[in-house]
Design a protein around this ligand. Structure first.
Ligand code: FES
Ligand SMILES: [Fe+2]
Length: 347
């Protein structure tokens, strides 16, 4: 009997957990540009208005169904290519060139935020949580560098397990077996899994390393709605932070983007220092990301035999099973504004 056979949320490409998901890089969307984005199966037209604000609208025009990303940005709104209906940032039609009063229709507009050089989109109209962040840097100004963009042939939940699978650090990444990962729920959406083992003192090297830690070897992962995770590691005097922003792509694959993050430091020296820190963090992130490539090309995740050491993974799965999901890919959903009335009546 598999521990994951009956899961309703974990490792299910047909379920979308409520939350923020990365959509594209901020620099891929200049002022006045619009792009078609398929976000986990939902077609969106994402544009940056002349005011610099990014807006994400459901893609299909309520007139005849043209994809709005074929259109053009008009001020802080978007005009459909086909008959030039104009949509405001809230998705409502504000202008129809051929008649004085536009029909009271529109498309859904999704909450958007920009952070770490990425555009994030929320899967419900009212976000109940902020964009994922590094717990110890929450509320602080940060510097970020975008790392790799990657795909893996398995679900994002499975990729994210990797960061707390302490056995594989030894077997795949050739690291000593020194971690004891313990799960600590933070709130409904977040779960932190951190090492609880003190630094071992079994050799001269470890005794030297232990000088840089008051007690535990700092290594932790904070999960945000099971699709984004932030890893924190390093000695007490300096912590490195790597974010893995993931989402499902076509066929249930993972579309990921790593982000290297550090706290903002002022002045030209601070700027330079942060560049070095972020590049070092990138090397660490790449080391961990590359070691597992083979397994994520072929794995058919099925947790048939969890061991005691796998307990934090079971906690992560349990945490995900409690996450609320949203009907993200149901195209038959009612739009936010009144739809044109019955059938073939003109409005
Ligand atoms: S299809 Fe968009 S305005 Fe006609
Ligand atoms: Fe790994």
């Amino acid at each position: 009997m598999s521990a994951t056979a009956d899961c309703q949320v974990f490792n299910r490409p047909d379920r979308v957990v409520e939350g923020w998901y990365w959509a594209l890089r901020s620099r891929e969307l200049k002022r006045g540009q619009v792009r078609a984005v398929n976000l986990m199966g939902r077609e969106l037209a994402v544009f940056r208005g002349r005011d610099g604000r990014v807006v994400a609208l459901d893609a299909y025009c309520p007139h005849m169904g043209a994809h709005l990303a074929c259109g053009r940005v008009d001020g802080d709104g978007l005009r459909c290519f086909f008959h030039h209906w104009r949509f405001g940032a809230d998705g409502a039609v504000t202008d129809v060139p051929c008649q004085p009063r536009p029909p009271r229709v529109g498309v859904r507009s999704w909450p958007v935020s920009e952070a770490y050089g990425l555009v994030w989109i929320h899967t419900t109209p009212e976000p109940r949580a902020p964009v994922p962040a590094v717990p110890e840097l929450e509320g602080l100004a940060v510097d970020a560098l975008l790392g790799n963009r990657f795909t893996k042939k398995c679900h994002p939940n499975v990729v994210l397990i990797n960061a707390i699978d302490s056995q594989h650090f030894h077997s795949v990444h050739n690291l000593p077996n020194v971690l004891d990962m313990v799960a600590e729920p933070v709130d409904r959406q977040r779960l932190i899994v951190r090492n609880a083992n003190p630094v071992p003192r079994t050799s001269r090297l470890w005794r030297f390393i232990s000088r840089f830690y008051a007690s535990q070897l700092t290594y932790s992962m904070c999960y945000w709605n099971g699709s984004t995770g932030t890893v924190t590691l390093g000695p007490d005097f300096f912590h490195f932070h790597i974010m893995f922003a993931l989402r499902t792509g076509p066929g249930g694959v993972t579309e990921g983007q790593t982000v290297l993050i550090t706290k903002k430091r002022g002045g030209p020296f601070g700027w330079l220092f942060n560049r070095v820190v972020l590049l070092l963090t990138r090397l660490v992130g790449d080391y961990f990301a590359k070691g597992d490539t083979k397994v994520f090309e072929t794995i058919k995740f099925d947790f048939k035999t969890p061991l005691k050491i796998d307990r934090p993974i079971l906690e992560f799965i349990r945490h995900l099973e409690a996450q609320p999901t949203v009907p993200w890919t149901e195209t038959a959903e009612a739009p936010a504004l009144p739809a044109p009335a019955d059938g073939l009546r003109a409005v």
